[in-house]
Structure formats: structure tokens, C-alpha cells
Design a protein around this ligand. Structure first.
Ligand SMILES: [Zn+2]
Ligand SMILES: [Zn+2]
Length: 167
């Protein structure tokens, strides 16, 4: 799963689907948090949340809609959108806006990571680099500011697209 480049200290993680047990756990969390916030869980919301967590990361609303319709053809686009908002309000997903302007959603995870986005094929690679994290603290110190959060987005050509660009 995790690949380490020793020389740089950069580790990349494959964008993975959640296991059925983990999906079930997330759905239970969703129910609990909806209740706390005075919302109801419904069959359609559950279907959407289950598909979202099964898919893993960086899905657009359109992609999610197509996948959910395979399971439940009665779900409308408005319900998809509303459920994504609810998952966000419940702190169970992050909304990302990469350069392609389309919002993408990923399950809120335990692990912080940053993103590389291929400008040709749209592939998204998650990575973490300890030195990059540490450098941000250096910058913050030099600026005299307190760092609360950050997002690093790198854009370029992924290794596959680099290969085909050379041919
Ligand atoms: Zn690519
Ligand atoms: Zn990500």
C-alpha cells in the first residue's frame, strides 16, 4: 500500500476503498451525528453515504450520483447534494477544490495528507512529507504567525503521463 522514497521522505498512499466493516462503522457515526444535530437518517441518505465511503476518496458529486443510481435508481441529484452537505456538517467529509473547479469529496480521515494532481489525466496522488510539514512551521515562526491548517497542492504530469509524453 504505502510506498516510501527513502531519499525524500515522501510517502504516497493509494486512494483506497473502505472495507465493509469500516463503511458500517462510518454509517453508524453518521447516524449518531445526524441525531445530535436534529436531522433524521433516511434509507436514501444511508445508500448515498455507504456508496461514498465505499468509493474512498476525491469523488465528484456527478461521479457519486452515477454510482448511487446503480444501487438505488430513485435517488435524485438534489438528495446527493444535500447528503454531501450533511456529511460535511457531521465532519465526516472534506470538500476539496482542485484546479478543475469541480468540488471533490473525500472521507475525513485520521491521517493528514496533501495532494498531487495530474493536469493531463486528472489522477490524484495523496502524499505526506515530514520535511514539508516541518518547513511550514519554520515559515510560520519566521512570519510570527500561528499555523492552524494548511493544504499543499502540487500540479504536473503523473508518471504514466510523463512516459506517454516522451513517446
Ligand atoms: Zn496523468
Ligand atoms: Zn486526499
Amino acid at each position: 500500500m504505502a510506498r516510501n522514497a527513502e531519499t525524500t521522505g515522501t510517502s504516497s498512499t493509494a486512494v483506497g476503498r473502505l472495507s465493509p466493516a469500516k463503511v458500517e462503522q462510518k454509517i453508524a457515526e453518521f447516524h449518531g451525528r445526524l441525531k445530535e444535530r436534529g436531522f433524521k437518517s433516511t434509507g436514501q441518505r444511508d445508500d448515498i453515504a455507504a456508496v461514498f465511503f465505499e468509493l474512498g476518496r476525491h469523488v465528484s458529486a456527478e461521479e457519486l450520483y452515477d454510482e448511487v443510481r446503480k444501487r438505488n435508481p430513485h435517488v435524485g441529484y438534489a438528495t446527493i447534494y444535500r447528503t454531501l452537505k450533511l456529511l460535511k456538517e457531521c465532519d465526516l467529509l472534506y470538500e476539496r477544490h482542485f484546479d478543475d473547479a469541480q468540488a471533490r469529496y473525500e472521507a475525513a480521515g485520521e491521517q493528514h495528507h496533501d495532494h498531487f494532481i495530474c493536469e493531463r489525466c486528472g489522477r490524484i496522488i495523496e502524499f505526506k512529507n515530514d520535511e514539508l510539514e516541518r518547513l511550514q512551521q519554520v515559515v510560520a515562526r519566521e512570519l510570527g504567525v500561528a499555523l492552524l491548517r494548511h493544504k499543499v497542492e502540487l500540479y504536473g504530469l503523473c508518471s504514466d503521463c510523463r512516459k506517454s509524453a516522451r513517446n
